[in-house]
Design a protein around this ligand. Sequence first.
Ligand code: ADP
Ligand code: MG
Length: 472
Amino acid sequence: MQKSNILVIEPDEARADNIVWALIFLGYYPQLWNPSLVADSATQDWRAVYVGSLDDRDACRGILESLEQHSKQLLLLVAADSPQATWLTADGSAYSERLELLEFPLRYERLADAMRGLHARLSGGIPGPQRLVGSSQAMARVNALIQQVAPFDSSVLVLGESGTGKEMVARGIHDCSPRRDKPFVAINCGAIPAELLESELFGHEKGSFTGAISARKGRFEMAEGGTLFLDEIGDMSLPMQVKLLRVLQERMYERVGGNRTLRSNVRIIAATHRNLERAIVEGRFREDLYYRLSVFPLEMPSLRQHLEDLPELITEFNQRLLRRGLGGARFSGGAMQALRQYGWPGNVRELSNLVERMAILYPQSEVRASDLPEKYRGAHAGEEVAGGSLLAMLDEHPPTLAGAMLETDMLLPEGGVDLKDHLADIEVGLIRQALDNTDGVVAHAAKLLRMQRTTLVEKLRKYGLQSGAAAH
Ligand SMILES: Nc1ncnc2c1ncn2[C@@H]1O[C@H](COP(=O)(O)OP(=O)(O)O)[C@@H](O)[C@H]1O
Ligand SMILES: [Mg+2]
C-alpha cells in the first residue's frame, strides 16, 4: 500500500476527523499521529505535517525535529488557533517560510489553497526524463508546475485545447512522482461507449453481462499503486460520474457483477478540452466531482500562445523522426514565417503531423512556403525574404536587385538544390501574390510582374493557377 505522506498531529478528535477526511477528499494520504508512530516515522519521508491543538511546545518541537531527520523539506499545515502557531510563524523560526495557516471551521477552498501554497514551496520533485519542449514562459511555467505537483498524490486536472500536450503532462507528472516505478494507465473516457466504460474502469467478473466470457481487470486495478489518467473526463456520462466519485472518495469499488470489494490506491490525473465550469452550469458535469478532481488545475497554453517555441518543437519532432529511422524536415525562412502566422487549431499535435508529412514529401530539400499544404501558406507562398512583401520590393527596385536579394538570402541546402524547381517555386509565389494584390485581374497582375498579359496567361496554365485568376 502507498505510504501516507501527510502526518496529522491533532489530539482533538472532532478536528482530527475533519482534517483527515478533508485531506482524503483532496486525494492525499494522511495518517493520524500517535506516539508509537513517531518511532516508526524514523524511516518515513513525510511530505507535510499538520500541527493542531497540541499544548506542549517542547513535545511539538521534539516531534518535528525527529521527523526532520528523515524528511527533507518538511512542510507544515498549522491550525491558526493552535498553541504552537505563534512560535512556528515567528520571524526566525525554521518553519516560518514553509508553512500554511488554516482557520477553523475548515473550508475546502482554503485547504486546497494551502496545499497549493505548499506545493509551490517545494523546490522541485524528482527530476523526470520527459520535459515538455519549449523555452517560452508558458512552457517553463508548465514544466515548473509538473515538478511542484508531482511529489504529492493530489489529483490534477489538465485543461486545454486538443493537441496541447495534456497527456504528455500527465505522463510527466507520473514520471516525476514516487509512483514512477508503478504503472501509468490511460483511458479515454470519451471514446468508450457509456455502457462499457464501467467495466473498462472497474473490471468485470465472468458472466456478468453478455460477452463477459472471462473475468477481467479494470483500469483501476491495472493502475494499482501508480497513476490513472482519465482523458476526456468532460465526456463522461452523469451516472458514471457518480460511480467514479464514489471510488475517489471511498477508495473502494467492486468489479461489475462482482461482490468482492477491492481497495484502490491510484493517483488520478484527469484531462479535458471542455469547459467544465460551463458543463456544471448546464447540468452535464457534477460539481462535487469537479472539486474532487481539480485540486490542482493545470491549464495548457494553445500553440498560438507560445509560437516562439516553433523552432524547438520542430527540432524535437525531427529528432523523433530520426529515432524512427526517417529523415527530418527543414523549413525555409519564408516557410517559418508562414507557420508563425497560422492559427494552429490542432496545436502541437498538428505541428508534429505537419513535420512528419513534410519530411516524407521533401526528404532531400528544404521545405519552402510554397511547398506547404495550402492552408499553412497564408500569403507567404514564394516569399523567402523575412519581413515585408517581396512584391513591394520588386515594385521599388529593379528586378536584378530583387533577384540578387533572393540569391543571397537563400542558403544552398547541404544536398544541393534543384534550381529549376526552385526558380519555378519563386515564380509561382510571386504570381500568386500579384494575383492576390490585383483581385485576380490578370492584366493588372501582368503589369506588376512587368510581363505581357499573354505570357502570364501562359504561365498560369503551365502552373495550373487559373483558379486564382479572375475571368478577365
Ligand atoms: N511541449 C511539447 N513538447 C514536445 N512534444 C509535445 C509538446 N506538446 C505536445 N507534444 C506532442 O504533441 C502530441 C499531442 O500531445 P498530447 O499530449 O497527446 O495532447 P492532448 O492530450 O492535449 O491532445 C504528442 O505527440 C506530444 O508528444
Ligand atoms: Mg489527448
